[in-house]
Write a protein that binds this ligand. Structure first.
Ligand SMILES: [Zn+2]
Length: 303
C-alpha cells in the first residue's frame, strides 16, 4: 500500500469514507490522523481518529469501527481516503446512516466510482450463447450480457435494462419490462450487442418500496404518484455504474434499444455515439396500459 497524504494541508485530519467489502454497504465517514494511518498500515486493521474523544478508536470499543483493510485509495480532489474493509467485528453504524451516506457520497458523482469487475464467463441461454461479466457497485451488482461477437462490432446493439424482478422473473403484466428484456436478448443474440442489466430495482427505490408502490397503485395511484407518495422522486435511477461498464468494455458507438429519452441523454453525456435508436415497443395488455400511458405522457417516453 503506497499512500501519500498531506496531513498539514488538511489540519492534521483526513476524512475517511469506509466501504464494507463483504456486505457491500458503506459504513461511515471517519477521520484519520498520522497515528491512525500508521496503525492502519502497520496492522492492516482500519483505525480511525475520534474527534469527539480526541483519540484513536480501539478495537472492541462500543463506538469503534474495526475492520480488516482490503484496499485504501486516496481521492486527491477531496483530500479523502476511501477505505474498503472486510467486516471482522460488530458494526456500530446505523442502517439509516448507511443508506443516507451511500446516497450522498456515491450516488451524486462526487467520488469516482469504485466498481469491482468479475472475469468473463460463458452463459448459454435459450436465446443463444452469451458472455457475461458482473460488476459490484457498493450494495448493487450489475451484469453485462454480451453476444460472442460483441468486441468485433463497431456499433453494437445496447439495451440498458433496469432490474424488475416482478416483470423479468415472474412475468408480471403490470409493466413491459419482461417483454423489453426478452426482445433485447433476442436482438443481441441475432445481430450482436449487449444488455447491461442494471440492478436498480423499481427505478432504484428497491423491491420493498416498489411493492409498497404497487399497493398504492391498487388504491388508484399511478406509477409516478405512488413513488411521490412514498417520498421518492418519480425516477431515482442513477447511471454512474453504467458509465463505468461502458468504459470498461470500451464502447464508443451503439445502437440503443430504448423508449426513454433520459437514457439517450445519458449516453450522449458519456460521449457514446448513438448511431440508431431501436424502439422497444412490445404488446400491451389490460394491466399495463395505464402504466405505459403514464410513461408516455408524464415521463416523455417514445411510445
Ligand atoms: Zn417492470
Amino acid at each position: 500500500m503506497n499512500i501519500k497524504i498531506d496531513f498539514n494541508k488538511s489540519g492534521g485530519l483526513v476524512p475517511t469514507i469506509v466501504q464494507e467489502y463483504l456486505t457491500n454497504e458503506v459504513l461511515m465517514l471517519g477521520y484519520m490522523n498520522r497515528e491512525a494511518l500508521s496503525l492502519t498500515l502497520k496492522t492492516n486493521i482500519a483505525h480511525y481518529f475520534s474527534r469527539s474523544k480526541n483519540r484513536i478508536w480501539e478495537k472492541g470499543e462500543e463506538s469503534g469501527h474495526v475492520q480488516k483493510i482490503m484496499d485504501i485509495r486516496f481521492d486527491c480532489d477531496r483530500d479523502t481516503l476511501l477505505v474498503i474493509v472486510e467486516q471482522i467485528g460488530k458494526t456500530a453504524c446505523h442502517t439509516g446512516a448507511k443508506s443516507c451516506f451511500y446516497r450522498s457520497f456515491f450516488y451524486n458523482g462526487k467520488i469516482d466510482k469504485n466498481l469491482y469487475a468479475s472475469n468473463e464467463a460463458n452463459l448459454p441461454t435459450k436465446y443463444g450463447k452469451f458472455k457475461v461479466k458482473a460488476y459490484k457497485d457498493g450494495c448493487q451488482e450489475h451484469l453485462a450480457i454480451m453476444s460472442l461477437n460483441f468486441f468485433e462490432i463497431e456499433a453494437p446493439i445496447l439495451r440498458i435494462h433496469s432490474e424488475c424482478l416482478t416483470g423479468d422473473t415472474l412475468g408480471s403484466l403490470k409493466c413491459d419490462c419482461n417483454n423489453q428484456l426478452h426482445l433485447s436478448l433476442e436482438l443481441i443474440a441475432k445481430n450482436g450487442g449487449f444488455v447491461i442489466y442494471h440492478r436498480q430495482e423499481g427505478r432504484n427505490i428497491g423491491l420493498l418500496n416498489k411493492i409498497n408502490a404497487y399497493s398504492l397503485q391498487d388504491k388508484g395511484f399511478n406509477t409516478i404518484e405512488a413513488n411521490l407518495e412514498l417520498g421518492f422522486k418519480e425516477d431515482e435511477r442513477e447511471y454512474g455504474a453504467v458509465e463505468f461498464i461502458l468504459k470498461d468494455l470500451g464502447v464508443k458507438k451503439v445502437k440503443i434499444i430504448t423508449n426513454n429519452p433520459q437514457k439517450i441523454d445519458f449516453l450522449e453525456l458519456c460521449g457514446v455515439e448513438i448511431v440508431e435508436r431501436i424502439p422497444a415497443i412490445t404488446p400491451t395488455n389490460c394491466h399495463n396500459e395505464e402504466y405505459l400511458s403514464t410513461k408516455k405522457n408524464h415521463m416523455g417516453h417514445y411510445l
